[in-house]
Design a protein around this ligand. Structure first.
Ligand SMILES: [Ca+2]
Ligand SMILES: [Ca+2]
Length: 288
């Protein structure tokens, strides 16, 4: 028993000494790095908290704010750091923001005019002037085209009997107000163009006369684009009307209307005999 007790104490003593020594070292170490005993937190790193990789239409503000997070060296949120922002194009508000109690700086970003990738850059420095880890920081967004072109390639017969109607639908699923420029393009085959009366009908029922009884005995409409800004009038054109023409009605009458819904290309063959085929048509609609 004595031997056992003696052996036990002999093993215990070095452990106690080492523990005390380690405690002393810890106290010395912590005293040397913290004069007042509190944590000496400092701004250390910069990262995106939220708002990266959004998309929006060019010239429009992104739906979510961009949140930048500054942490200290222990990974805790750090307040009071100045973060500067710049954009490849568009605007960011504000240009300079200070991190709040949650370590975050918030900005709104309105995209510039380029379709595709746009870049917001956040920059922040420590008190000693060195950049924070992660700075400069790039946040990306995608600028979307304001205009969409929708196409229907379903082939439908035209005529040949008098009074035959051909209706082809393009559905617009997006909900937006129509801005300039509205364009319609058509491709069709027909052996006597003057038989044809071609209209665009908007979801709200507005009817735009594109071309009626033009082209005399000529054939087809081949890559014909109806555009209010074209220099040539469709009534002055010659079959197969390849190129851009001002329609008989005005497409600009659609501006300000709701885009969503079914758009109809209506073709009436108003004379017997000759007939043909609708090959495809497209509708360009833009938003502001
Ligand atoms: Ca006919
Ligand atoms: Ca006409």
């Amino acid at each position: 028993m004595k031997n056992l007790n003696y052996t036990g104490k002999a093993k215990l003593k070095p452990v106690l000494i080492l523990t005390k020594l380690f405690t002393v070292i810890l106290i010395i170490f912590s005293c040397s790095s913290n004069d007042d005993g509190s944590a000496a937190a400092r701004a250390n790193s910069l990262q995106v908290f939220s708002g990266d990789n959004q998309s929006s239409y060019i010239g429009n503000q992104l739906s979510d704010v961009i949140e930048i997070l500054v942490n200290d060296q222990n990974g805790n949120a750090f307040a009071g750091t100045t973060v500067s922002f710049s954009v490849s194009e568009g605007t960011v508000i504000p240009n300079i923001a200070t991190t709040d109690a949650t370590g975050k700086a918030l900005v709104t970003w309105t995209l510039g005019s380029s379709i595709g990738e746009q870049i917001l850059t956040a920059t922040a420095f420590a008190n000693d002037g060195t950049p924070l880890i992660g700075s400069p920081l790039n946040i990306l967004a995608e600028g979307l085209d304001l205009c969409q072109i929708l196409t229907n390639t379903e082939q439908l017969p035209i005529g040949p009997d008098a009074g035959t109607e051909t209706n082809s639908i393009i559905n617009v699923s997006d909900d937006f107000i129509i801005a300039p420029d509205v364009l319609v393009s058509i491709n069709l085959e027909h052996t006597f163009d003057a038989d044809l009366e071609i209209f665009l009908i908007a979801p709200n029922g507005l009817i735009i006369e594109l071309s009626t009884d033009n082209g005399a005995g000529g054939d087809n409409y081949t890559n014909t684009v109806f555009d209010d800004q074209a220099s040539a009038l469709i009534i002055d054109g010659i079959a197969p009307f390849t190129g851009s023409f001002r329609p008989e009605g005005v497409l600009s009458g659609l501006i300000g209307n709701e885009a969503q819904g079914d758009w109809i290309l209506k073709i009436i063959d108003d004379a017997g005999a000759d007939g043909g085929m609708l090959l495809s048509w497209s509708l360009q609609l833009c938003r502001s």
